[in-house]
Design a binder for this molecule. Structure first.
Ligand SMILES: [Zn+2]
Length: 212
């Protein structure tokens, strides 16, 4: 079994994304899965440009998500806006560093690292990089998985609202920053989904087949 890696795509074989049936044919000809009727294609169509578009939008939304208040607190008639970072500082000052850490990691660090990882994956695929395919595939898997954890932040805000409402001293409303933050979370999740990790391996296998 010293046969070099041959791609199913080279044999004209495609997997249906919906039901998993292996279909033989040529992509881009409106081929439909004979079993479930879904469109069948080799790679996710326009994966790179779609991922770039979603990612750049997410990066732009990250700015208001950090700069605008995520929470507006009204306390005896005084309204105060809190950004994510001012929330982190607030909890640090009050000695609640575990909560400060959770908010900082989930809301500031994770979305940022996720966007950096996606930029790195996109650029490396576009440059036909031959560097650490396996690690890059793992990075993609982590990036896709970690998106769900950004939602931790939503739970933190929900918890805060519940706590303050119990005291009935203040009222809390979500600010514009919260919308921008939700947009960042959703956009990075969809961007990671639209990236086709098989692209990482495409060029390596092409090089191998040239070497034969
Ligand atoms: Zn199917």
């Amino acid at each position: 079994m010293s046969c070099p890696a041959q791609r199913a795509a080279d044999l004209g074989l495609m997997g249906c994304h919906i039901c998993g049936l292996v279909v033989r044919g040529r992509s881009g000809h409106g081929l439909l899965c004979p079993r479930c009727g879904a469109a069948v294609h080799f790679r996710k169509p326009n994966s790179l440009s779609r991922t770039w578009a979603l990612l750049i939008t997410a990066m732009l939304m990250y700015i208001p998500a950090m700069a605008l208040p995520v929470m507006e607190t009204s306390y005896f008639g005084n309204t105060q806006g809190d950004t994510i970072m001012s929330g982190v500082v607030y909890f640090l000052k009050h000695g609640d560093w575990p909560l400060a850490l959770v908010i900082f990691v989930a809301s500031v660090l994770v979305p940022l690292l996720k966007m950096i990882a996606l930029v790195y994956l996109l650029v490396s695929v576009q440059r036909h990089s031959l560097f650490r395919h396996r690690e890059r595939t793992r990075l993609y898997r982590i990036t896709e998985l970690i998106g769900r954890w950004s939602m931790v932040d939503v739970f933190v805000v929900a918890l805060l609202v519940a706590l303050v409402q119990l005291g009935a001293l203040a009222s809390i409303a979500p600010g514009l920053g919260a919308m921008a933050f939700a947009a960042v979370v959703i956009l990075t999740i969809v961007a990671a989904m639209s990236f086709d990790p098989r692209l990482i391996w495409d060029h390596q296998e092409r090089i191998h087949s040239h070497e034969q």
